[in-house]
Ligand binder design. Structure first.
Ligand code: SF4
Ligand code: SF4
Length: 112
């Protein structure tokens, strides 16, 4: 922290805007789940290598912990309902980790 403050003091400059306006179209960024398409099978939970996805058999809900995602795309590639897609959102910063956790209620016909 002190080092950063020293550099700002020396150079008189700070980064005021994000370096990229938008990531390239094929960039694999934050995942997006369409609750209307999801049937609650939880296949994506089983395939996720980083434990970013979870859900229980007694509740039609998928939880996405975006801070754990490694953007491999396996969930999107393997969802038979095409309910998950990769977006090109590359800026995921948040002051509170809770803001990176999404709890999504789904139709859940395969839950239970
Ligand atoms: S997103 Fe796809 S793989 Fe995951 S629970 Fe829903 S339907 Fe199943
Ligand atoms: S993109 Fe990969 S790491 Fe991220 S939620 Fe999907 S399977 Fe998990």
């Amino acid at each position: 922290m002190f080092e950063i403050l020293r550099k700002i003091w020396q150079t008189g400059t700070v980064t005021k805007r994000q370096p990229l306006a938008e990531a390239a179209g094929k960039y694999r960024g934050k995942i997006e789940l369409d609750a209307a398409k999801c049937n609650g099978c939880r296949d994506c939970v089983g395939i996720c290598p980083s434990g970013a996805l979870s859900g229980s058999s007694d509740r039609p809900q998928i939880i996405i912990e975006h801070h754990k995602c490694v953007f491999c795309g396996s969930c999107a590639d393997n969802c038979e309902q095409r309910a998950i897609k990769m977006t090109n959102q590359c800026y995921l910063e948040a002051k509170d980790k809770q803001d990176l956790i999404a709890r999504i209620e789904v139709s859940g016909e395969k839950c239970g």
